[in-house]
Design a protein around this ligand. Structure first.
Ligand code: SAM
Length: 268
């Protein structure tokens, strides 16, 4: 069955079988593991997963590819092909209460951010994820504070997980080749947030405001985006031991939590 790739669905299929094997290996599958595959495509990765896991839930939005998968894997008993938009999947429909899955996928790059939000929202049901994403995105997700890639995205992911880059893949590993380099990353969810806080929504508001003008001092970015006098922000920053002349990218997670908590008490 010949299925023409749809660019609008990010259909760059993995053509490098050794890369598929390496990705599957990094899930460290055990005989009782359930795997959620995001965007199974033609099954390049799926075939490695069904060999090692107890159960594979392969979610694929394209009905043509679901037909192809059901045909190619007709003799495989531990695979369920789910023709669904991953962003609309309700975990309660596919995973038993209290159970955890490992998530894997060569993500359609145009929906990487919403997929990450979806995975974060369902973190109680997921132990770890191995994801192929655009290289720039991988560097931002896994960045360390004090580097140019440290961003609200790094903070959102790392507040709840350990995230690291495993290896990079060239465009030739896919067909058709994408225009960008790719990286495989591993996200291991923590049981609790890395730093406890009373109000996550407020925390992320402060983080976004602090990064709103990356090249400016954090006191200027916060004063500008929250429409407050700079002197007031400077007092709060100094109170929590942050030099107001620093840029947002120099602040670590704990400093953001301290800052957001102090601002919440004074401003809310
Ligand atoms: N895993 C396959 C591989 O490695 O060859 C395919 C990877 S391809 C980069 C991304 C796949 O995600 C495509 O098959 C595409 O149809 C599917 N896809 C795109 N958007 C999706 C969505 N919202 N939900 C589920 N699958 C999606």
């Amino acid at each position: 069955m010949n299925v023409r790739p749809k660019r609008s669905l990010g259909q760059n299929f993995l053509s490098d079988d050794s890369a598929a094997g390496r990705i599957a290996e990094r899930l460290e599958l055990k005989k009782d593991d359930t795997v959620l595959e995001i965007g199974a495509g033609k099954g390049a990765l799926t075939r490695h997963l069904v060999e090692k896991a107890n159960r594979v839930l392969a979610v694929e939005i394209d009905a043509r590819l679901c037909r192809l998968l059901r045909k190619s894997f007709r003799d495989v008993e531990n695979l369920s092909v789910i023709n669904e938009d991953i962003l609309k999947l309700d975990f309660r429909d596919v995973v038993k209460p209290g159970a955890k899955v490992k998530a894997v996928g060569n993500l359609p790059y145009q929906i990487t951010s919403p997929v990450l939000s979806f995975l974060l929202e369902n973190k109680e049901t997921i132990s770890l994820c191995v994801l192929t994403v655009q290289k720039e995105m991988a560097l931002r997700i896994c960045a360390l504070p004090g580097t140019k890639d440290w961003s609200p995205l790094s903070i959102a992911v790392q507040l709840h997980s350990d995230a690291r880059v495993l290896f990079h893949l060239k465009p030739e590993s896919f067909y058709p080749p994408p225009k960008v380099d790719s990286s495989v990353i591993k996200i291991t969810f923590l049981g609790e947030p890395r730093v406890a806080m009373p109000d996550e929504e407020w925390f992320f508001k402060v983080v976004r405001c602090a990064f709103s003008q990356r090249r400016k001092m954090v006191s200027n970015s916060l004063a500008g985006s929250l429409d407050l006098p700079k002197s007031r922000i400077e007092v709060i920053l100094e109170e929590v031991g942050i030099d107001p002349r620093k840029r947002a990218e120099a602040l670590g997670l704990k400093q953001f939590v301290d800052l957001a908590s102090a601002m919440r008490e004074i401003l809310k």
